[in-house]
Structures are given as C-alpha cells and as structure tokens.
Design a protein. Structure first.
Lengths: 196, 84, 391
C-alpha cells in the first residue's frame, strides 16, 4: 500500500502533503466557514453539518485536489475513521436544545453519532463501500495500518482514513488516503502527518 | 410582512443550527429544500413544524402538508399571515 | 459449508410462541390495538400484555433485567430449548436491540423527579450490552456475547454476523436475533418524526400514513456442520444468504429509488448462489411509512422485474418491533418454509401509484416455499437482507 495524499485541517490552517496551503487566523471561530467560502463550492448541505462532518468534508475537498478518487469504482473505497470524543460536541448541543431551548432538535439529533461523517462523505461522493468508525484513546497509527491491510486484503482498492475530533474547543482533522499499490507505510510516516 | 420575513430568517438559522449563515444569505423566494437553495430535507421540515408551533402557535398535524408551506420564506410568511 | 438453523423462538403481540403466532397469522388477527399503558394509550401499538414481573414469573426467569432483556430471554430460551451446552461446541449469543433497558431508566428517572425512592443502581440495566449479557446468563452462555444496535436492521445484522462467524470458524453454534421492549422513549421519538399512523398501519397501500410500534423478540439457532455432528440436532432450515449495504442518501430516510435495498437483496442472492426467480416469498421490511414502502417497492421491482414473488409485511400484525423485527420475521420465514405458508399483508386496499405492487392478501398453506428473502432496513440506509432456504 501507498499513501496517495494526506490533508490536515484545523484553525491553524490547511496542510496538504506536508505543505501549508492557507493561513487562517488562529482566533477565527468561523474557520470552517471561511475555508468553505475559499473553496468556492456549492454544497448547501455543508451548513447543516456538525463540526466533525464539516471538517472531514473540507479536508476531503483538499485531498481531491491532489488525488483523483474517481478512478475507483463507487464500492472500491473503504472508509476507516476514528476519534477520542465520539460525537461529544454535538451531544452537548443536542442536550442544550431540550434543556435550555425547550425542544429536542431533530436536525441536531441526526448528528449524535460520529460515523455520520462517513455517511456525509458517502452521500457527497455516492460511495457504497465499507465504512467503520472507531473510538480510541489516542491516534494509533499501528491500528490504522492493520485495518487498512485488512480492507485491502478483502477487496477494497483504496482506503480513505481519518482522525476527526471535536471537543472542549479543540478541533482537529487529518484525512489520508491509501491504495493497494505495492509498498509499505510506516507508523512514523502517519505520526508525522498527524503531528504536523 | 417584510419584518416577519426577516424574523423568520433569524428563526430558521436558530432552529436549524445553520450558524454559518446570516439572514442576508437567505433570499425570500429561493427554494429552502432540495439540492438547490438551502438544501434542507425531511428532518428539517420537522424543525419547521416545531418552529411554527413554538413561535406562532400554528400546529401542523400532517407532515405532507409542509411541502408547499415550507417551500420558501415567502410561502412560509404567507402561511403564517393567513393562519395566526 | 452450510449454516444450519436448528432452533427458533419468538414472542410478540400476536403470540408467545410459534403455534399461537401462526394461529393469529392464519386468522388475520392483528396484535395491534389501542395501548393500555400511560405512554401508549394515545396510540395503536403491538404490545405484549404481560408486565415485567409477570414475564419473569410465567417463564421462570432467574435473571433480572429490563423489558428488552426479559423478552429476549423468553424468545432465546424458546429457541435454545432441547439444546445443551457442550464443551466442544463453542456457542455464542449475538443480540440486536435499539432501546436497551430504557423502560427501567424511565421509571427510575420519574422516581428521581418525584423524589420517591430513586435508586441510581437501577440504571445498570440501561446499556444495550447489559441486556445481552443477561440473556446469555439465563442461557448459561459465556463463550462469546455481542450486541448490535443498527436501529431496525439490528436483528438481521446479528443473524448475518453469526453466519459469518460460523463460516470463518470462530464459533460452532450461535443464537442470533433481536429484542426490543416498548418504551415511552421510542413512542415519543417516532412521534416526533411524524411517521405514526393514528389508525392501523397499511403497508404497501397508496394511502399509508406511517407505522405502528410493537414489541417483542425473535431468535434463531445457527450451527456449523461440525456442530450438528456433535449436537445431532435436526436442521430445520438453512441460512443461505445475507448482506448489508448502504444507501448513501440520508441519515434517516431511504433513497426514493431504493438503491441500497437493491444492493442488499442482490448481494444476498449472490451469497446464496440463487437467482431472483428462485425466491418463493418475500417478507418485506414494509413499515408502512410513505418513504420505506415506496423505496422498498422500487428496489423489489429492480431485482425481480415483472416476476415478483408473493410478498407481504407482517408488521401489519406485530407492529414494527424495531431491533427485534428481523428476528421475529426470520422465524416467520422458517415457518413458511417448513409448512408452505404465505402470510397476508393486512389493511391493503390500493396499490402505490408509482409502483403498482400488490402484496399477498390471504393466508395460504401447502405452497412450495423453498427460499424466503427477508428484508430489514435501518435508519441511515443500513439495509440488510437474509435468505432462508429449505434443508
């Protein structure tokens, strides 16, 4: 397997394949909206997404600038995601909708699962491959490598992977994509992408 | 009526958690549902039902009625004017 | 290798076992009626008229648990009756549930609000996994226990997971299915989605308005070749196909063209090595919501073309039992195969305009039913299909 590309988005900016793309103000609370506007795409569903789905969506847009994902069939790309805090950020907002605002919000409720973000990407790309979302204590590169190997051995041609987390004012998102070409990925390689 | 429409836009943003948007982003006549306009869906239609009940005391029992009512800010405002 | 079915058990509003369930199906006697409890009295529901303590007493249950767990114990014990735990047969339980021990948490929370003998210890029943542990304890199973919660496709996914574990040699025998008790939480939740029919649900009818909720549990026992060579149990049916496919459309709604449902049926046929014309009866998901029945009809047409086998939704009898439905309907499928039954779809009057499909409308027996396809579709486009076949 081989890494086709990696993209990290956060309010510090966007880094694609170890190269910094955009500088954003660290203080900007609207950083996801700013990135969306700068991308000049028209996908109104974006505004309804929760923080996790928004970050994954944005990061994926940058990845698609460097990876031609359409060369794979719609069921050849597996998705493998993980984070620490599950959907905690949206859970809090949902809780507030009925404890403070008086009525449980259906449109928040649908995001009270972290794997909704894999659904959003599937809907955006019309992908029908395998997808899974794990809850882990920390970003675990070895786990990703094992799982990617598993998917590729079971027939997937590529794997879109991500670590997307939002909790306690901390928002981070790393997406990377690998295909089944001969080669090896090391733990350090993934750690470098994560830490950059 | 135009005041009502402005208020409605604020309420839509609040109710549907569209924190990215401002009232100026929502035009009176654009379609709220479907892939154009705001891209809202059947779950959001439920939010409109809650909104009408909470803010205007209007109850909609059959969600299929919502389709026409929730089409745009214009149609929503006209329905509220007629029914409140 | 074949996946043999060697046991089944179920409980729902139309019967506490296979015999009385069939009697209700035969007599077109629905279990759906106006609810009798505080949280259900405004709605038509498929409720089981036994309280938790009555369930425990009547079925001699030695393990405590929520309504979901107790119903699960009743059906799983029925399925496992005549089976014994053996050292060299690795036996597991995979159980689906959507609501877990919510009924106990609701009662406990009310005590907290009323400041009336609140005991936080009782929340231990809340988690979905606890119920599965309790069911396993009642059966004496400890080798492998797992819980699947994928909304309305939970039991079908549990059946699929069991089949795959047997096929890859991780288990020799496994009890698979699902259970869900009716709670205020589920009733309020579905009410807020505005997909209730205030009257009796009308699956596949043009004027269908929505679903009726029900409660119950259904399990089947799956065994490998090696396992039945030891247990000497008689195979009652074969689980020949299974699949799960995503819709890539919406968090809750199904796509109007039923793409995910079609993928799921197609792959289950592939796994079974069957073609569409081999299917003798379809037990449809058929919730009677405007969205599901249209989407499922389109998918059925996509797979079966002009040769659509008899199909029906038995949810017009049991109500939608959510995570249990795939288990209960798997038992109905086995009974259909063993006795040549076709089940009627109640309350049907006029075909859906876009698709024109007409479901089975009368109870029939002595038909040749070799292969039954059973659908279960969960929120989020989590679409699953299993195929049960004659031995």
């Amino acid at each position: 397997m081989r890494i086709l590309g990696a993209c990290k988005v956060s309010k510090e900016g966007v880094i694609v394949n170890n190269e910094s793309k955009t500088e954003l103000l660290a203080s900007s609370d609207d950083w996801k909206k700013e990135l969306y506007s700068s991308l000049k795409i028209d996908y109104p569903k974006f505004h309804k997404m929760d923080a996790l789905a928004k970050m994954a969506f944005l990061s994926f847009q940058y990845l698609e600038q460097v990876i031609e994902t359409d060369r794979f069939q719609d069921d050849e790309i597996a998705m493998l995601f993980a984070n620490t805090y599950s959907s905690y950020d949206t859970d809090q907002k949902y809780l507030e909708s009925y404890t403070v605002k008086g009525s449980p919000s259906p449109s928040l409720f649908v995001y009270t699962l972290p794997n909704i973000l894999t659904g959003e990407l599937s809907i955006f790309k019309k992908w029908y491959g395998e997808n899974i979302f794990f809850i882990h204590e920390n970003f675990d590169p070895e786990f990703f490598i094992d799982q990617i190997n598993f998917y590729l051995s079971k027939g997937a041609k590529a794997c879109l992977c991500g670590w997307v987390d939002a909790a306690n004012e901390n928002e981070e998102c790393l997406l990377f994509m690998v295909d089944n070409t001969t080669g090896e990925i090391t733990k350090d390689e993934l750690l470098n992408y994560y830490k950059q | 009526m135009s005041d009502l429409k402005e208020t409605l836009k604020e309420q839509i943003i609040e109710q549907l958690n569209l924190e990215d948007l401002t009232p100026a982003d929502i035009q009176n006549e654009i379609s709220l549902f479907g892939d154009e306009g705001l891209g809202l869906d059947s779950i959001d239609a439920l939010e409109f039902i809650v909104l009408l009940e909470q803010h205007y005391g209007i109850k909609i029992e059959d969600p299929s009625e919502g389709k026409e009512i929730f089409q745009s800010v214009d149609s929503l405002a006209a329905y509220i004017e007629k029914n409140r | 290798m074949k996946i043999h079915v060697t046991g089944y058990g179920l409980i729902s509003s139309i019967g506490y076992g296979a015999d009385d369930s069939i009697q209700s199906l035969r007599n077109e006697k629905t279990g759906i009626e106006r609810g009798r409890l505080a949280h259900s009295k405004k709605y038509n529901v498929g409720a089981i008229h036994l309280s938790n303590s009555e369930l425990k007493k009547r079925y001699n249950l030695s393990t405590d648990g929520s309504r979901t767990a107790l119903l699960g114990m009743v059906a799983a014990k029925q399925a496992f009756e005549g089976h014994a735990l053996l050292d060299d047969v690795r036996t597991g339980l995979i159980s689906g549930t959507s609501v877990g021990g919510m009924d106990i948490s609701e009662a406990e929370y009310k005590k907290y609000l009323d400041q009336d003998g609140h005991n936080p210890d009782n929340y231990k029943h809340h988690s979905s996994g606890v119920g599965s542990e309790q069911i396993a304890q009642e059966l004496g199973i400890s080798e492998f226990i797992n819980t699947i919660s994928t909304a309305c496709s939970s039991a079908t996914n549990a059946i699929m997971m069991g089949a795959r574990m047997i096929r890859n040699g991780s288990l020799d025998r496994v009890i698979v299915g699902g259970t869900d008790g009716l709670t205020a939480f589920t009733i309020a939740g579905f009410k807020s989605l505005m997909i209730f029919d205030d009257e009796w649900c009308k699956p596949f009818d043009e004027s269908r308005k929505g679903l009726n909720l029900g409660e119950g549990a259904g399990y089947i026992v799956l065994e490998s070749d090696k396992s039945i060579s030891i247990t000497k149990k008689e195979p009652l049916a074969v689980l020949s196909g299974w699949s799960n496919a995503s819709d890539a459309f919406h968090q809750t709604a199904s796509s109007p063209d039923g793409h995910g449902a079609q993928l799921s049926m197609e792959e289950a046929l592939n796994v079974a090595g069957l073609s569409a014309r081999d299917i003798d009866y379809i037990n449809a998901h058929g919730t009677a919501t405007p969205n599901n029945d249209l989407s499922e009809s389109q998918a059925i047409k996509g797979i079966f073309g002009d040769n659509i086998p008899p199909f029906s939704s038995t949810k017009s009898y049991t109500g939608h039992t959510l995570a249990a439905s795939g288990g209960i309907e798997a038992v109905f499928a086995i009974l259909a195969i063993r006795n040549g039954y076709l089940y009627p779809n109640l309350n049907f009057n006029k075909a859906i305009e876009e698709t024109g499909l007409i479901p089975q409308q009368s109870f029939e027996e002595n038909r040749t039913v070799k292969h039954v396809l059973s659908n279960s579709f969960g929120f989020g486009g989590n679409n699953s299909t299993i195929i049960l076949s004659a031995v």
